[in-house]
Design a protein around this ligand. Structure first.
Ligand SMILES: [Zn+2]
Length: 270
């Protein structure tokens, strides 16, 4: 599942590669991934020029000129692939976007995904993206002060708080386990019980963990815009139940936490 590191890289690659390209046409194979009828969607998008692509949690915002935002979310996984010409295209894709210079994108969702288009002035009314929280890879908004503010007065467990995209955008079931492990926090730990130094440690672990993966091109089973796999695969506790903790040697456990599973070292995480 692509989370912030993968989306961060993909959005940046799209920004560099697609800038100033004008959309010539669309081919939609899965109309239910659109937010509006296909005809309307095409009217909004076709003949618009790509200005910039930016990551926001698990979403990519593509600004089209004039006045439209194309919003992309790969859901459980998928590929956005760039081709300089119509050659060696994949068989499977849900959406194809052709540019005037002959280059094109294919977008595939493994399970489901979203390709939405909204007018710029209507972006704040787009329910799925309007309440996204702060981005841990954006130094301007991800500051210790903002993070402390976000946590202050909150009830409930730390894991569900971090996975809620309205608080912090981009952490899901891939990276959460190692982030909590690095901080020494049990996933069920109550936010109200966190000490100041634990909050600071968590603040740093989130950023370091996501940045480490982003710098390696994201997860080894995800692909970038040019169909290259990422290089991040060495998790500390995730999917390592039954194996020794890399810090203390205690056997890593897989436990139920709410509706999801968690991988923890029962000795290191309190
Ligand atoms: Zn341990």
């Amino acid at each position: 599942m692509p989370e912030l590191p993968e989306i961060w890289n993909l959005a940046n690659e799209m920004d560099e590669t697609l800038k100033e390209k004008r959309i010539a046409g669309l081919k939609v194979k899965q109309a239910k991934c659109l937010n509006i009828p296909q005809e309307e969607f095409e009217k909004l998008v076709v003949n618009k020029e790509i200005q910039e692509a930016t990551p926001r949690g698990k979403w990519i915002f593509v600004k089209l000129h004039p006045g439209v935002i194309f919003l992309l979310n790969l859901g459980m996984g998928g590929e956005v692939l760039y081709f300089p010409e119509e050659k060696d295209l994949p068989e499977k894709f849900k959406l194809r976007m052709d540019f005037h210079d002959g280059s094109l994108l294919t977008i595939n969702f493994w399970w489901f995904g979203y390709a939405h288009a909204v007018r710029e002035e209507e972006l704040s009314g787009h329910g799925m993206t309007s309440s996204l929280g702060i981005s841990p890879l954006d130094d301007r908004e991800y500051t210790l002060e903002n993070f402390q503010k976000l946590l202050s007065g909150k009830k409930g467990g730390i894991k569900s708080f971090l996975m809620d995209q309205r608080n912090i955008a981009g952490i899901g079931n891939v990276y959460i386990h190692d982030i909590l492990f690095r901080t020494g926090l049990h996933p069920n730990r109550k936010i109200s019980s966190l000490k100041e130094d634990e909050v600071e440690k968590l603040f740093r672990a989130i950023k370091e963990n996501l940045k480490q993966s982003a710098d390696l091109g994201g997860l080894a089973y995800e692909r970038n815009l040019f169909n290259q796999p990422g290089k991040f695969k060495d998790f500390l506790v995730r999917y390592r139940e039954g194996k020794p903790c890399p810090v203390c040697g205690t056997t890593i456990q897989k436990i139920k936490t709410g509706s999801t599973s968690s991988y923890i070292c029962p000795a290191c995480q309190r």
